[in-house]
Design a protein around this ligand. Sequence first.
Ligand code: CA2
Length: 144
Amino acid sequence: MTILVLNGPNLNLLGVREPGIYGSQTLEGILAALAPTASALGLELHHLQSNHEGVLIDRIHQARLDGVRGIVINPGGLTHTSVALRDAIAGVDIPTVEVHLSNIHGREEFRRHSLIAPVTIGQISGFGALGYELALRALAGRLN
Ligand code: CA2
């Protein structure tokens, strides 16, 4: 079963700046650490990080054509602003888990609201890189 892992704007900066909020692991490190869990769950991971909303949306559309069974997405700042990303997720009807490294509910007011959460099967927020692993486990549980 193929799972698409999507990371949105600025997540390519992980490990380089803001370690106090987002941890010291790079995105590459986070993804590499997911491999054993994915393989234990029988999941094949495809990954894309983009700083561009339209690129993320195109990849979500393609996921439906490719037969992707689940999506793990950290939409970054688009979480709080993007109706278009939300519509794309709703439009493909693929079970999606929203992940945030930081606890968005304990930060600035503008981060507390997610436009994406209502079209996902759930949101994981505040557990750092572990959130991606929890998301894979949640999807595997839903798909089996
Ligand atoms: O906590 C998360 O995972 C976020 O999705 C991260 C986003 C933020 O806009 C969301 O509110 C919560 C930010 C992406 C990472 O931005 C960085 C900026 C500078 C250095 C490192 C990362």
